[in-house]
Ligand binder design. Structure first.
Ligand code: FMN
Length: 360
C-alpha cells in the first residue's frame, strides 16, 4: 500500500484530507493523521499569531505528520472605480437585509508572498508539510522551508503550473481538477483556464513531469482512490468528502445543503471571493451568474464584501449567500467521524483494487 507520498512522510495510506480554510480544524487533521492519512489545516485566512496557535493545537492533538496550507495569490492591486461599482451592485441586497452598505473593500488575508512573519512561524513550528494554493512563493521562501526539513506541496490546475512547481523544487504536485470543491488553485485567474478534469490533468502532468502527483477533485470513495492510483497518482486529496464530519467547522445550513438534493448541483463562481471557486448552487451563485468576469475585483478584496453580504443575510435567517464550497461529487459526501471515514475509504479502496499494491 505504499507510494512515494507514504514513504516521504511515513504515512500508512496515501490519503490527504484537504486543507479547507474555515472548514478543516485541528481536530479533523489530527483524527485523519491518527487514522494513517495526512491531515491538513489551512492558515491562509489566518494571521501569523493565529496560525501559530492552530499549528500548536494540532500538534497537541497529534503525534503524526500534518500539512499546513498557505495562500500564495498575487499581491493585491487596487482599482477604485471597479471596487466602487462592485459595492454599488450589492446595494439592493444590503437594503433588503437592512444593513449599511460597506464603504470599501478590504484585504482580509495577506498573501504568503513576501510574508516574513508567516514564514517565521512556519520555520519555528516546523510542520511536516507545507502546501501552497493560488501559486507558489518566491524561491527563497521555498528554500527556507526545505532547510527546515519540511515537505512541500503545491496545487496545479494545468501542466504549465505543474511545470512551474517542478522547476521550483517543490516535492509534490496536487493536481486539482475542475470537479474540485472550494477555490480553484489557478495561479492567474484572469488568464484562460482550460478547466481540465482530475482524470485528464493527472495523466497529462504524469506524461511530461517527473514529480509525484496527488490527485484532487471528485474523489469521494475508495473506488475513486483506486482509480486515481491506477492512473499513477502518488496520493489523493479529498475535501468535500470531509465537510460533513463532526470535526468540520461547517455550519448547520451548509451541512443541511450538502445532505439535500441541492448537493447535486454545484457551480463555479468568482462573485463570492474574486477567484473561481466551486460552491453548492445557491443564491450567491445565481447572483454571480449575471456578472462578467472583468467586473469582479481581485481576491481577496471581493471576499470582504462576500462575507459581509453573507453575514447580513444570515442575520435575517437566509443562508443562501454563504460560501458553501463543495465539489461535483458533493451528493456522495457521507456523515461520519473523520477517522471512520479514512477507515471506510481504505476498506473500499482495498476492495476496488482487488489486492493490487500501488507503486507511484
Ligand atoms: C470547503 C472547502 C474549502 C477549501 N479550502 C481550501 C484551502 O483553504 N486551501 C486549499 O489548498 N484548498 C482548499 N480547498 C480545495 C481542496 O484542497 C481540494 O482541491 C478539493 O477539495 C478537492 O476536490 P473535492 O472537494 O472534490 O474533494 C477547499 C475545498 C473545500 C471543499
Amino acid at each position: 500500500m505504499t507510494t512515494s507520498l507514504c514513504n516521504a512522510l511515513n504515512l500508512q495510506y496515501p490519503i490527504v484530507q484537504a486543507p479547507m480554510a474555515g472548514v478543516s480544524t485541528p481536530q479533523m487533521a489530527a483524527a485523519v493523521t491518527a487514522a494513517g492519512g495526512l491531515g491538513s489545516i489551512s492558515v491562509g485566512a489566518s494571521t501569523p499569531a493565529q496560525a501559530e496557535k492552530m499549528i500548536a493545537e494540532t500538534r497537541a492533538l497529534s503525534a503524526g505528520p500534518f500539512n499546513v496550507n498557505v495562500f500564495c495569490h498575487q499581491p493585491v492591486v487596487r482599482n477604485e472605480a471597479l471596487e466602487s461599482a462592485w459595492i454599488e451592485r450589492f446595494n439592493p441586497l444590503f437594503q433588503r437585509y437592512q444593513v449599511a452598505l460597506p464603504s470599501g473593500l478590504t484585504e482580509i488575508y495577506q498573501t504568503f508572498h513576501q510574508n516574513e512573519p508567516m514564514l517565521a512561524v512556519l520555520e519555528k513550528m516546523r510542520p511536516a508539510v507545507v502546501s501552497f494554493h493560488f501559486g507558489i512563493p518566491p524561491a527563497e521562501a521555498i528554500g527556507r522551508l526545505k532547510q527546515c526539513g519540511i515537505v512541500t506541496l503545491a496545487t496545479a490546475t494545468s501542466i504549465y503550473e505543474a511545470q512551474e512547481i517542478a522547476d521550483n523544487g517543490i516535492d509534490f504536485i496536487v493536481a486539482q481538477g475542475i470537479e474540485a470543491g472550494g477555490h480553484r488553485g489557478i495561479f492567474h485567474p484572469e488568464e484562460n483556464d482550460q478547466q481540465l478534469s482530475t482524470f485528464t490533468l493527472l495523466q497529462a502532468i504524469r506524461k511530461v513531469i517527473d514529480l509525484p502527483v496527488i490527485a484532487a477533485g471528485g474523489v469521494m470513495d475508495g473506488a475513486g482512490i483506486a482509480a486515481m492510483l491506477t492512473l499513477g497518482a502518488a496520493g489523493v486529496q479529498l475535501g468535500t468528502a470531509f465537510v460533513l464530519c463532526p470535526e468540520s467547522a461547517a455550519n448547520a445550513a451548509y451541512r443541511a445543503a450538502l445532505k439535500s438534493e441541492a448537493a447535486s448541483r454545484t457551480m463555479m463562481t468568482s462573485a463570492i471571493s474574486g477567484r473561481p471557486a466551486r460552491c453548492i448552487a445557491n443564491a450567491f451563485c445565481a447572483h454571480g451568474e449575471q456578472i462578467a468576469r472583468h467586473e469582479v475585483p481581485v481576491y481577496p478584496l471581493t471576499y470582504s464584501l462576500g462575507k459581509a453580504v453573507a453575514a447580513a443575510a444570515r442575520a435575517q435567517g437566509e443562508y443562501g449567500y454563504d460560501a458553501q464550497w463543495a465539489g461535483q461529487g458533493a451528493h456522495l459526501a457521507r456523515e461520519m467521524p473523520a477517522a471512520e471515514l479514512v477507515r471506510r475509504l481504505v476498506a473500499e479502496w482495498q476492495q476496488a483494487a482487488g489486492g493490487v499494491t500501488p507503486v507511484a
